[in-house]
Design a protein around this ligand. Structure first.
Ligand code: PRP
Ligand code: URA
Length: 209
């Protein structure tokens, strides 16, 4: 079964161009990241199970469908993943949000954990790990392993831009995970930045550079 889904909807691709552009300021960048996350959430949740319930319209009794099954959880990888949370919550407001704080050591490129707060019932939830950038895959792999170690069994990864290297790394480390991205770019550069990418997602979201 295919485990990598590229979301090439025109609205997503249009907004992606906006955030790639170095002349886009933090305010517009934040808004576009939020909107892309909302559009992607629509696709990521496409296969949520439904169940039939009986209701009464003003005209008659009928059966109609509502969401069934497991509850959802969104797990942003701090910092940049935070920019995707509000967009997702606008579609799935009942989802719980867990946070994993990781930064990539600029020398070793290894992820360093500095914060973690997860819903207590993550083992019962369908979790969507979110981060705008999937570069080497080190941060995503660490976050996925982290929540697996705490009992999570149903996990998807949703990123805006991925490098082929990152996709490969996640597929190898976690072959059970579905990966949703808006684009797979060309490559990583010598500093493990995605080319062409959009630069440092956290800095652009929060105006720290
Ligand atoms: C960025 C990005 C990912 C990570 C991707 O975070 O948001 O978490 O790098 O790189 P990787 O796939 O090689 O691990 P960063 O470490 O810059 O931290 P920040 O979100 O706090 O800016
Ligand atoms: N993290 C980012 O924010 N951007 C990249 O291109 C790679 C890692």
């Amino acid at each position: 079964m295919e485990k990598v889904f590229i979301m090439d909807h025109p609205l997503i691709q249009h907004k992606l161009t906006l955030i790639r552009d170095k002349n886009t300021g933090s305010k517009e960048f934040r808004e576009a990241v939020k909107e892309i996350a909302m559009l992607m959430a629509y696709e990521v949740t496409r296969n949520l199970p439904l169940e039939e319930v009986e209701i009464e319209t003003p005209v008659c009794k009928t059966k109609s469908k509502v969401l069934a099954g497991r509850k959802l959880g969104i797990v942003p990888i701090l910092r940049a993943g935070l920019g995707m949370v509000d967009g997702m919550l606008s579609l799935i407001p009942a989802a719980k949000v867990g946070h994993i704080g990781l930064y990539r050591d600029p020398e070793t490129l290894e992820p360093v954990e500095y914060y973690c707060k997860l819903p207590v019932d993550i083992h019962e939830r369908d979790l969507i790990v979110v981060d705008p950038m999937l570069a080497t895959g080190g941060s995503a792999n660490a976050a996925i392993q982290f929540i697996k170690d705490r009992g999570a069994t149903s996990i998807k990864l949703m990123c805006l831009i991925a490098a082929p290297e990152g996709v490969k790394a996640v597929k190898e480390a976690h072959p059970d995970i579905e990966i949703y991205v808006a684009a797979v770019d060309e490559k990583l550069n010598d500093h493990a930045y995605i080319v062409p990418g959009l630069g440092d997602a956290g800095d652009r979201l929060f105006g720290t550079k």
